[in-house]
Design a binder for this molecule. Structure first.
Ligand SMILES: Cc1ncc(COP(=O)(O)O)c(C=O)c1O
Length: 447
Protein backbone atom coordinates (compact mmCIF):
# COMPACT_ATOMS: atom_id res chain seq x y z
CA UNK A 1 0.00 0.00 0.00
CA UNK A 2 1.21 3.53 -0.71
CA UNK A 3 2.58 5.63 2.16
CA UNK A 4 0.08 8.57 2.16
CA UNK A 5 2.73 10.97 3.53
CA UNK A 6 5.19 10.22 0.78
CA UNK A 7 4.26 11.55 -2.65
CA UNK A 8 6.90 9.27 -4.19
CA UNK A 9 5.09 6.14 -3.12
CA UNK A 10 2.66 4.71 -5.65
CA UNK A 11 -0.32 2.41 -5.58
CA UNK A 12 0.93 -1.15 -5.55
CA UNK A 13 3.91 -0.37 -3.28
CA UNK A 14 4.64 -3.12 -0.75
CA UNK A 15 3.58 -2.36 2.83
CA UNK A 16 6.62 -3.04 5.00
CA UNK A 17 6.10 -5.37 7.96
CA UNK A 18 9.65 -5.96 9.26
CA UNK A 19 10.78 -3.72 12.13
CA UNK A 20 13.97 -2.57 10.42
CA UNK A 21 12.27 -1.67 7.16
CA UNK A 22 9.63 0.26 9.10
CA UNK A 23 12.30 1.96 11.22
CA UNK A 24 14.24 3.09 8.16
CA UNK A 25 11.09 4.40 6.54
CA UNK A 26 9.92 6.11 9.75
CA UNK A 27 13.30 7.75 10.33
CA UNK A 28 13.48 9.09 6.75
CA UNK A 29 9.96 10.49 6.43
CA UNK A 30 10.17 14.21 5.63
CA UNK A 31 8.12 16.58 7.77
CA UNK A 32 5.39 18.49 5.97
CA UNK A 33 6.09 22.21 6.46
CA UNK A 34 3.45 24.55 5.15
CA UNK A 35 5.10 27.68 6.52
CA UNK A 36 8.45 28.73 5.07
CA UNK A 37 11.33 28.30 7.50
CA UNK A 38 13.08 31.65 8.04
CA UNK A 39 16.56 30.11 7.84
CA UNK A 40 17.74 27.93 4.98
CA UNK A 41 17.44 24.37 6.35
CA UNK A 42 20.50 22.16 6.55
CA UNK A 43 19.87 19.44 3.99
CA UNK A 44 22.08 16.94 5.75
CA UNK A 45 21.69 14.25 3.15
CA UNK A 46 23.97 12.74 0.55
CA UNK A 47 21.29 11.29 -1.70
CA UNK A 48 18.09 12.68 -3.20
CA UNK A 49 15.40 10.26 -4.39
CA UNK A 50 14.18 10.59 -7.97
CA UNK A 51 10.68 9.65 -9.17
CA UNK A 52 12.15 7.19 -11.66
CA UNK A 53 15.37 6.13 -13.35
CA UNK A 54 14.91 8.64 -16.17
CA UNK A 55 14.65 11.57 -13.73
CA UNK A 56 17.72 10.40 -11.81
CA UNK A 57 19.75 10.28 -15.03
CA UNK A 58 18.47 13.65 -16.22
CA UNK A 59 19.26 15.36 -12.90
CA UNK A 60 22.71 13.79 -12.60
CA UNK A 61 23.54 14.93 -16.13
CA UNK A 62 22.13 18.43 -15.50
CA UNK A 63 19.51 18.06 -18.25
CA UNK A 64 16.89 19.12 -15.69
CA UNK A 65 17.46 21.07 -12.47
CA UNK A 66 17.46 19.05 -9.27
CA UNK A 67 19.60 17.09 -6.87
CA UNK A 68 20.97 13.57 -7.04
CA UNK A 69 24.12 13.22 -4.95
CA UNK A 70 25.88 15.44 -2.42
CA UNK A 71 29.13 15.82 -4.34
CA UNK A 72 27.21 17.13 -7.35
CA UNK A 73 25.10 19.61 -5.42
CA UNK A 74 23.07 20.18 -2.27
CA UNK A 75 20.29 22.72 -1.65
CA UNK A 76 21.93 24.34 1.43
CA UNK A 77 25.28 24.55 -0.35
CA UNK A 78 23.64 25.87 -3.53
CA UNK A 79 21.75 28.52 -1.51
CA UNK A 80 25.02 29.68 0.06
CA UNK A 81 26.83 29.81 -3.32
CA UNK A 82 23.93 31.72 -4.90
CA UNK A 83 23.89 34.23 -2.03
CA UNK A 84 27.63 34.89 -2.38
CA UNK A 85 27.35 35.23 -6.18
CA UNK A 86 24.52 37.75 -5.73
CA UNK A 87 26.65 39.82 -3.33
CA UNK A 88 29.59 39.65 -5.78
CA UNK A 89 27.35 40.98 -8.57
CA UNK A 90 27.93 37.76 -10.55
CA UNK A 91 25.46 35.52 -12.39
CA UNK A 92 26.26 32.26 -10.63
CA UNK A 93 28.38 30.73 -7.89
CA UNK A 94 29.57 27.33 -6.78
CA UNK A 95 30.82 26.49 -3.30
CA UNK A 96 33.76 24.39 -2.13
CA UNK A 97 35.13 22.81 1.01
CA UNK A 98 37.80 25.53 1.33
CA UNK A 99 39.18 28.63 -0.34
CA UNK A 100 41.98 26.57 -1.88
CA UNK A 101 39.36 24.16 -3.23
CA UNK A 102 37.74 27.13 -4.97
CA UNK A 103 41.03 28.52 -6.32
CA UNK A 104 42.16 25.08 -7.50
CA UNK A 105 38.84 24.52 -9.28
CA UNK A 106 38.84 27.95 -10.93
CA UNK A 107 42.38 27.53 -12.25
CA UNK A 108 41.88 23.84 -13.08
CA UNK A 109 38.77 24.65 -15.09
CA UNK A 110 40.40 27.12 -17.44
CA UNK A 111 43.99 25.80 -17.65
CA UNK A 112 45.46 22.91 -19.62
CA UNK A 113 48.99 21.58 -20.05
CA UNK A 114 51.06 24.07 -22.05
CA UNK A 115 49.10 27.11 -20.84
CA UNK A 116 50.75 30.15 -19.32
CA UNK A 117 49.68 32.24 -16.30
CA UNK A 118 50.82 35.73 -15.31
CA UNK A 119 50.28 36.04 -11.55
CA UNK A 120 50.82 38.57 -8.82
CA UNK A 121 54.04 38.01 -6.90
CA UNK A 122 52.29 38.98 -3.65
CA UNK A 123 49.77 36.20 -3.44
CA UNK A 124 48.73 33.88 -0.63
CA UNK A 125 51.62 31.40 -0.18
CA UNK A 126 49.58 28.27 -0.92
CA UNK A 127 48.20 29.81 -4.11
CA UNK A 128 51.76 30.44 -5.18
CA UNK A 129 52.64 26.85 -4.30
CA UNK A 130 49.65 25.63 -6.34
CA UNK A 131 50.84 27.62 -9.36
CA UNK A 132 54.54 26.96 -9.13
CA UNK A 133 54.28 23.40 -7.78
CA UNK A 134 51.14 21.41 -8.54
CA UNK A 135 50.16 23.17 -11.78
CA UNK A 136 53.77 23.44 -12.97
CA UNK A 137 54.07 19.64 -12.68
CA UNK A 138 50.98 19.37 -14.87
CA UNK A 139 52.56 21.53 -17.58
CA UNK A 140 51.33 25.04 -16.70
CA UNK A 141 53.94 27.82 -16.65
CA UNK A 142 53.54 30.80 -14.31
CA UNK A 143 55.36 34.12 -14.49
CA UNK A 144 55.15 36.20 -11.29
CA UNK A 145 55.03 39.99 -11.65
CA UNK A 146 54.54 43.10 -9.56
CA UNK A 147 50.82 43.58 -10.17
CA UNK A 148 51.04 47.28 -9.22
CA UNK A 149 53.45 47.89 -12.11
CA UNK A 150 51.03 47.91 -15.05
CA UNK A 151 53.93 48.25 -17.51
CA UNK A 152 55.48 45.05 -16.13
CA UNK A 153 52.12 43.26 -16.30
CA UNK A 154 51.65 44.31 -19.92
CA UNK A 155 55.19 43.26 -20.83
CA UNK A 156 54.58 39.83 -19.26
CA UNK A 157 51.29 39.45 -21.14
CA UNK A 158 52.86 40.56 -24.41
CA UNK A 159 55.82 38.18 -24.04
CA UNK A 160 53.81 35.01 -24.84
CA UNK A 161 50.18 33.89 -25.26
CA UNK A 162 48.66 33.86 -21.76
CA UNK A 163 45.55 32.06 -20.58
CA UNK A 164 45.12 33.66 -17.12
CA UNK A 165 46.06 36.89 -15.39
CA UNK A 166 45.76 36.22 -11.65
CA UNK A 167 45.54 38.80 -8.83
CA UNK A 168 44.28 39.33 -5.30
CA UNK A 169 42.18 42.40 -4.49
CA UNK A 170 44.20 43.06 -1.34
CA UNK A 171 47.29 40.90 -1.29
CA UNK A 172 48.61 38.86 1.54
CA UNK A 173 50.63 39.95 3.47
CA UNK A 174 51.76 43.44 2.43
CA UNK A 175 48.22 44.67 1.73
CA UNK A 176 48.95 45.42 -1.95
CA UNK A 177 45.80 46.69 -3.69
CA UNK A 178 45.19 45.58 -7.29
CA UNK A 179 43.69 47.95 -9.85
CA UNK A 180 41.06 45.55 -11.22
CA UNK A 181 39.81 47.97 -13.88
CA UNK A 182 43.26 48.33 -15.45
CA UNK A 183 44.21 44.66 -14.96
CA UNK A 184 40.97 43.26 -16.42
CA UNK A 185 41.38 45.57 -19.41
CA UNK A 186 44.99 44.44 -19.96
CA UNK A 187 44.09 40.75 -19.58
CA UNK A 188 41.27 40.98 -22.11
CA UNK A 189 43.36 42.98 -24.58
CA UNK A 190 45.88 40.13 -24.59
CA UNK A 191 43.23 37.36 -24.79
CA UNK A 192 43.61 36.22 -21.18
CA UNK A 193 40.97 35.59 -18.53
CA UNK A 194 41.22 37.74 -15.39
CA UNK A 195 40.87 35.70 -12.18
CA UNK A 196 40.74 37.39 -8.78
CA UNK A 197 41.01 36.17 -5.20
CA UNK A 198 38.79 38.62 -3.29
CA UNK A 199 39.26 37.06 0.17
CA UNK A 200 40.87 40.02 2.00
CA UNK A 201 38.24 42.45 0.70
CA UNK A 202 35.01 40.41 0.61
CA UNK A 203 32.22 41.60 -1.72
CA UNK A 204 31.35 44.33 0.79
CA UNK A 205 34.59 46.19 0.07
CA UNK A 206 35.06 45.26 -3.58
CA UNK A 207 33.19 43.41 -6.34
CA UNK A 208 35.77 42.47 -8.97
CA UNK A 209 33.13 40.80 -11.20
CA UNK A 210 31.58 44.26 -11.68
CA UNK A 211 35.02 45.65 -12.57
CA UNK A 212 35.82 43.11 -15.30
CA UNK A 213 37.02 39.92 -13.55
CA UNK A 214 35.96 36.68 -15.25
CA UNK A 215 35.99 34.54 -12.11
CA UNK A 216 36.13 35.67 -8.49
CA UNK A 217 37.28 33.34 -5.72
CA UNK A 218 36.67 33.77 -2.02
CA UNK A 219 37.98 31.85 0.94
CA UNK A 220 34.69 32.04 2.85
CA UNK A 221 36.66 30.71 5.82
CA UNK A 222 37.63 34.36 6.42
CA UNK A 223 35.31 37.39 6.32
CA UNK A 224 32.27 35.80 4.65
CA UNK A 225 31.75 33.26 7.43
CA UNK A 226 33.54 35.60 9.80
CA UNK A 227 33.76 33.66 13.05
CA UNK A 228 36.77 31.40 12.56
CA UNK A 229 34.73 28.24 12.95
CA UNK A 230 34.05 27.02 9.42
CA UNK A 231 36.02 26.38 6.20
CA UNK A 232 34.48 27.12 2.80
CA UNK A 233 35.24 28.65 -0.59
CA UNK A 234 33.19 30.06 -3.47
CA UNK A 235 33.80 30.72 -7.17
CA UNK A 236 31.50 33.31 -8.79
CA UNK A 237 31.17 34.37 -12.41
CA UNK A 238 29.09 33.99 -15.57
CA UNK A 239 26.74 30.97 -15.53
CA UNK A 240 28.44 29.18 -18.45
CA UNK A 241 31.89 29.36 -16.82
CA UNK A 242 30.58 28.46 -13.35
CA UNK A 243 28.92 25.36 -14.83
CA UNK A 244 32.36 24.28 -16.04
CA UNK A 245 33.78 24.98 -12.57
CA UNK A 246 31.03 22.78 -11.12
CA UNK A 247 31.94 19.98 -13.57
CA UNK A 248 35.58 20.25 -12.45
CA UNK A 249 34.47 19.98 -8.82
CA UNK A 250 32.31 16.93 -9.55
CA UNK A 251 35.44 15.20 -10.90
CA UNK A 252 37.80 16.39 -8.16
CA UNK A 253 35.58 16.35 -5.09
CA UNK A 254 36.20 19.35 -2.79
CA UNK A 255 32.48 19.43 -1.87
CA UNK A 256 31.25 21.73 0.86
CA UNK A 257 29.39 20.07 3.71
CA UNK A 258 25.80 21.42 4.12
CA UNK A 259 26.31 22.17 7.81
CA UNK A 260 29.41 24.24 6.96
CA UNK A 261 27.38 26.02 4.25
CA UNK A 262 24.71 26.86 6.83
CA UNK A 263 27.30 28.32 9.21
CA UNK A 264 29.00 30.29 6.45
CA UNK A 265 25.64 31.63 5.27
CA UNK A 266 24.91 32.97 8.76
CA UNK A 267 27.97 35.18 8.41
CA UNK A 268 26.65 36.86 5.26
CA UNK A 269 23.85 38.66 7.10
CA UNK A 270 26.32 40.59 9.25
CA UNK A 271 29.09 41.02 6.66
CA UNK A 272 28.48 44.74 6.12
CA UNK A 273 28.35 45.53 9.84
CA UNK A 274 31.49 43.54 10.54
CA UNK A 275 33.43 44.99 7.59
CA UNK A 276 32.54 48.54 8.65
CA UNK A 277 33.80 47.90 12.18
CA UNK A 278 36.90 45.93 11.04
CA UNK A 279 37.77 48.79 8.67
CA UNK A 280 37.26 51.61 11.17
CA UNK A 281 39.29 49.89 13.91
CA UNK A 282 42.09 48.84 11.54
CA UNK A 283 42.37 52.38 10.13
CA UNK A 284 42.59 53.87 13.64
CA UNK A 285 45.07 51.25 14.85
CA UNK A 286 47.16 51.72 11.69
CA UNK A 287 47.28 55.51 12.12
CA UNK A 288 48.27 55.06 15.78
CA UNK A 289 50.98 52.50 14.92
CA UNK A 290 52.46 54.87 12.32
CA UNK A 291 53.22 57.34 15.13
CA UNK A 292 54.93 54.84 17.44
CA UNK A 293 58.70 54.72 17.94
CA UNK A 294 60.11 51.37 16.82
CA UNK A 295 57.48 50.94 14.11
CA UNK A 296 59.22 51.40 10.76
CA UNK A 297 56.23 51.16 8.47
CA UNK A 298 52.50 50.44 8.42
CA UNK A 299 50.45 49.18 5.47
CA UNK A 300 46.71 49.73 5.44
CA UNK A 301 44.75 50.78 2.32
CA UNK A 302 43.02 53.55 4.29
CA UNK A 303 46.28 55.32 5.20
CA UNK A 304 47.52 58.16 2.97
CA UNK A 305 50.96 56.56 3.14
CA UNK A 306 49.76 53.34 1.48
CA UNK A 307 51.40 53.00 -1.97
CA UNK A 308 48.07 52.19 -3.67
CA UNK A 309 45.95 54.56 -1.57
CA UNK A 310 44.54 56.16 -4.74
CA UNK A 311 43.51 52.75 -6.19
CA UNK A 312 41.98 51.82 -2.82
CA UNK A 313 39.95 55.04 -2.74
CA UNK A 314 38.60 54.29 -6.23
CA UNK A 315 37.87 50.56 -5.87
CA UNK A 316 37.27 49.78 -2.19
CA UNK A 317 34.26 50.86 -0.12
CA UNK A 318 36.48 50.92 3.01
CA UNK A 319 40.08 50.04 3.85
CA UNK A 320 39.27 46.62 5.36
CA UNK A 321 40.47 44.88 8.49
CA UNK A 322 43.93 43.74 7.40
CA UNK A 323 47.03 45.69 8.26
CA UNK A 324 50.72 44.93 8.24
CA UNK A 325 53.53 46.69 10.06
CA UNK A 326 57.26 46.33 10.30
CA UNK A 327 59.05 46.72 13.61
CA UNK A 328 62.64 47.79 14.08
CA UNK A 329 64.92 44.88 14.98
CA UNK A 330 63.91 42.23 12.43
CA UNK A 331 62.49 38.81 13.19
CA UNK A 332 63.39 38.73 16.92
CA UNK A 333 61.70 42.08 17.54
CA UNK A 334 58.64 41.04 15.55
CA UNK A 335 58.30 37.82 17.49
CA UNK A 336 58.78 39.71 20.78
CA UNK A 337 55.86 42.02 19.95
CA UNK A 338 53.62 39.09 18.98
CA UNK A 339 54.52 37.20 22.16
CA UNK A 340 53.59 40.15 24.36
CA UNK A 341 50.19 40.89 22.82
CA UNK A 342 47.39 39.57 24.98
CA UNK A 343 44.20 40.30 23.01
CA UNK A 344 44.96 39.12 19.45
CA UNK A 345 45.25 35.40 18.92
CA UNK A 346 48.60 34.13 17.65
CA UNK A 347 47.55 32.05 14.68
CA UNK A 348 47.59 31.96 10.88
CA UNK A 349 44.10 32.80 9.69
CA UNK A 350 42.21 36.11 9.31
CA UNK A 351 38.81 37.71 8.98
CA UNK A 352 37.35 36.59 12.28
CA UNK A 353 35.53 38.47 15.05
CA UNK A 354 38.70 38.22 17.15
CA UNK A 355 41.99 39.88 16.19
CA UNK A 356 44.79 37.69 14.90
CA UNK A 357 48.51 38.44 14.67
CA UNK A 358 50.99 36.44 12.68
CA UNK A 359 54.50 36.52 11.35
CA UNK A 360 54.05 35.82 7.62
CA UNK A 361 57.63 34.63 6.89
CA UNK A 362 57.13 31.73 9.30
CA UNK A 363 53.43 30.99 8.65
CA UNK A 364 51.49 31.93 5.50
CA UNK A 365 54.62 32.43 3.38
CA UNK A 366 56.80 29.67 4.80
CA UNK A 367 56.94 28.07 1.30
CA UNK A 368 58.97 31.04 0.00
CA UNK A 369 62.77 31.06 0.20
CA UNK A 370 64.64 34.27 1.18
CA UNK A 371 64.89 35.64 -2.36
CA UNK A 372 61.20 34.97 -3.03
CA UNK A 373 60.32 36.64 0.29
CA UNK A 374 62.38 39.67 -0.74
CA UNK A 375 60.73 39.78 -4.18
CA UNK A 376 57.32 39.67 -2.51
CA UNK A 377 58.33 42.59 -0.25
CA UNK A 378 58.16 40.53 2.95
CA UNK A 379 60.78 41.66 5.45
CA UNK A 380 61.88 39.58 8.48
CA UNK A 381 60.25 41.99 10.95
CA UNK A 382 56.91 42.12 9.14
CA UNK A 383 53.83 41.43 11.24
CA UNK A 384 50.32 40.95 9.96
CA UNK A 385 47.24 41.79 11.94
CA UNK A 386 43.69 40.84 11.12
CA UNK A 387 41.90 43.43 13.20
CA UNK A 388 38.84 41.96 14.90
CA UNK A 389 35.73 43.49 16.39
CA UNK A 390 37.18 44.19 19.85
CA UNK A 391 36.99 47.72 21.28
CA UNK A 392 39.61 50.01 19.81
CA UNK A 393 40.74 51.30 23.23
CA UNK A 394 41.55 47.77 24.37
CA UNK A 395 43.53 47.02 21.23
CA UNK A 396 45.48 50.31 21.49
CA UNK A 397 46.35 49.61 25.14
CA UNK A 398 47.47 46.08 24.27
CA UNK A 399 49.63 47.13 21.31
CA UNK A 400 51.13 49.95 23.40
CA UNK A 401 52.23 47.63 26.22
CA UNK A 402 53.48 45.00 23.71
CA UNK A 403 55.60 47.50 21.76
CA UNK A 404 57.02 48.96 25.00
CA UNK A 405 57.79 45.57 26.55
CA UNK A 406 59.40 44.32 23.33
CA UNK A 407 61.51 47.51 23.07
CA UNK A 408 62.66 47.17 26.70
CA UNK A 409 63.56 43.50 26.19
CA UNK A 410 65.50 44.34 23.05
CA UNK A 411 67.45 47.24 24.65
CA UNK A 412 68.20 45.06 27.72
CA UNK A 413 69.57 42.31 25.52
CA UNK A 414 71.62 44.87 23.54
CA UNK A 415 73.04 46.27 26.79
CA UNK A 416 73.74 42.75 28.02
CA UNK A 417 75.47 41.85 24.79
CA UNK A 418 77.51 45.08 24.87
CA UNK A 419 78.51 44.48 28.51
CA UNK A 420 79.57 40.88 27.79
CA UNK A 421 81.53 42.02 24.74
CA UNK A 422 83.19 44.74 26.84
CA UNK A 423 84.27 42.31 29.60
CA UNK A 424 85.57 39.84 27.04
CA UNK A 425 87.51 42.57 25.21
CA UNK A 426 88.97 43.96 28.48
CA UNK A 427 90.16 40.53 29.64
CA UNK A 428 92.09 39.87 26.43
CA UNK A 429 95.70 40.98 25.94
CA UNK A 430 95.40 43.79 23.40
CA UNK A 431 98.31 42.74 21.29
CA UNK A 432 97.64 39.01 21.14
CA UNK A 433 94.95 37.03 19.42
CA UNK A 434 93.50 34.43 21.81
CA UNK A 435 95.08 31.01 21.50
CA UNK A 436 92.69 28.49 19.84
CA UNK A 437 92.62 26.28 22.94
CA UNK A 438 91.36 29.18 25.07
CA UNK A 439 88.45 30.05 22.74
CA UNK A 440 85.05 29.61 24.44
CA UNK A 441 82.97 26.65 23.17
CA UNK A 442 80.50 27.59 20.43
CA UNK A 443 76.88 27.15 21.52
CA UNK A 444 74.79 25.14 19.03
CA UNK A 445 72.31 27.33 17.13
CA UNK A 446 68.77 26.46 18.16
CA UNK A 447 66.89 24.76 15.32
C1 LIG B 1 44.08 35.38 0.32
C2 LIG B 1 43.76 33.96 0.61
N1 LIG B 1 43.24 33.19 -0.34
C3 LIG B 1 42.93 31.89 -0.13
C4 LIG B 1 43.17 31.30 1.09
C5 LIG B 1 42.85 29.85 1.27
O1 LIG B 1 41.68 29.70 1.99
P1 LIG B 1 41.32 28.36 2.79
O2 LIG B 1 42.22 28.29 3.97
O3 LIG B 1 39.87 28.52 3.10
O4 LIG B 1 41.58 27.22 1.86
C6 LIG B 1 43.71 32.06 2.13
C7 LIG B 1 43.98 31.44 3.44
O5 LIG B 1 44.52 32.05 4.33
C8 LIG B 1 44.03 33.42 1.88
O6 LIG B 1 44.57 34.20 2.83
Amino acid sequence: MADPENPRHRAGDVTPRGFTTRAIRAAHRLPVVDQHPTSVPIYQTVTFAAADAAELGAVANRQVPGYAYGRLDNPTVAAFAAAVAELEGAEAGFAFASGMGAIHAALGTVLSAGDRVVATQTSYGTTRALLSGVLARLGVTTVFVDITDLGAVEAALAAAPTRVLYAETIANPTIVVADHVALADLAHRYGALYLVDNTFASPYLCRPAELGADLVMESATKYLAGHGDVMAGVVSGPTSLVHRVRDFQVDTGASLDPHAAFLAMRGLSTLALRMERHSATAAALGAWLEAQPGVLRVWHPGLDSHPQHEVARRLLTRGGGMLAFEVEGGRAAGEAVIDRLSIPVRTASLGSVYSIVSHPPSTTHRQLDDSELEAAGISAGLLRCSVGLEDLEDLLADFEQALEAAAKASSASHLGAAATAGVAAASQPRDLAPAPVEAPPVEPTPA
